[in-house]
Write a protein that binds this ligand. Structure first.
Ligand SMILES: [Zn+2]
Length: 232
């Protein structure tokens, strides 16, 4: 029994397995030749493609309303691997403008190599297009055809040129001092140090700046610590 345990441990090591992996996308289950199933090794993914039909179907009427003034052909669908807050490898989904797709792929691959913790990367459509719900869930997202909160002006997220990272710990504080998401109130005070805080020493901040993005945490009248956007 000890011998079999050692074999399984070796298999786990060889597979590079670090806990939970995303299930294989397709294919029949492997034939059961051993009593204990060794999880498939995690294969990181950093892909950029046109919006697939099934993703378009999820977006329509949620992040992408019928009257959206940006054609879907200007947007890209990215699959990005990352380490979550438990240190587990995950692969998330993101929609952005084609103009920053390569930037995001490069940035997220470096964040992955550095094991930079990200709570989740899901399309805002999984939250029925609600930015408030996505932020409250601490979800990292980019494209959403919406206005700036509290204003009529379209947000840069509506062009897929802005991205919000770990928004709960890095909230948006408007001119009146209102904190969004309200669940992030405890993180509005940036004087102390706490996990997942974005500031000028943060790797995420440095990578986005290197790629020509502006940081909402540097704005004067309001602060948007989760927000990076590329002026184009
Ligand atoms: Zn934002």
């Amino acid at each position: 029994m000890r011998f079999r345990g050692a074999i399984l441990a070796l298999l786990a090591l060889a597979s590079g397995c670090r806990g939970r992996s995303v299930p294989a996308a397709s294919g029949p289950p492997a034939a059961e030749t051993v009593e204990t199933v060794v999880p498939a090794p995690f294969v990181p993914e950093f892909s950029v493609q046109a919006i697939p039909p099934e993703v378009e179907a999820r977006m329509l009427g949620r992040s992408y309303p019928a009257q959206a003034a940006i054609p879907l052909s200007e947007l890209r669908y990215l699959r990005l691997s990352y380490y979550d807050f438990e240190g587990e490898q995950q692969t998330g989904e993101l929609v952005c403008n084609a103009a920053i797709a390569e930037d995001l792929r490069d940035i997220f691959s470096v964040l992955y190599e550095a094991r930079y913790p990200i709570c989740s990367i899901r399309l805002v459509d999984d939250f029925d297009g609600s930015d408030d719900a996505s932020m409250a869930a601490d979800n990292t997202s980019c494209f959403n055809y919406r206005t700036v909160p509290g204003q009529k002006k379209l947000s840069n997220h509506a062009r897929g040129l802005a991205i919000d990272i770990n928004p709960l710990e890095n909230p948006y504080i408007d001119r009146s001092g209102r904190v969004r998401p309200p669940e992030g109130e405890a993180y509005a005070d940036r004087s102390g140090d706490f996990p997942h805080k974005i500031d000028r020493t943060d790797l995420c901040y440095r990578l986005f700046r290197e790629h020509g993005f502006n940081w909402g945490g540097a704005w004067r009248s309001m602060k948007d610590y989760q927000h990076f956007e590329k002026p184009l």
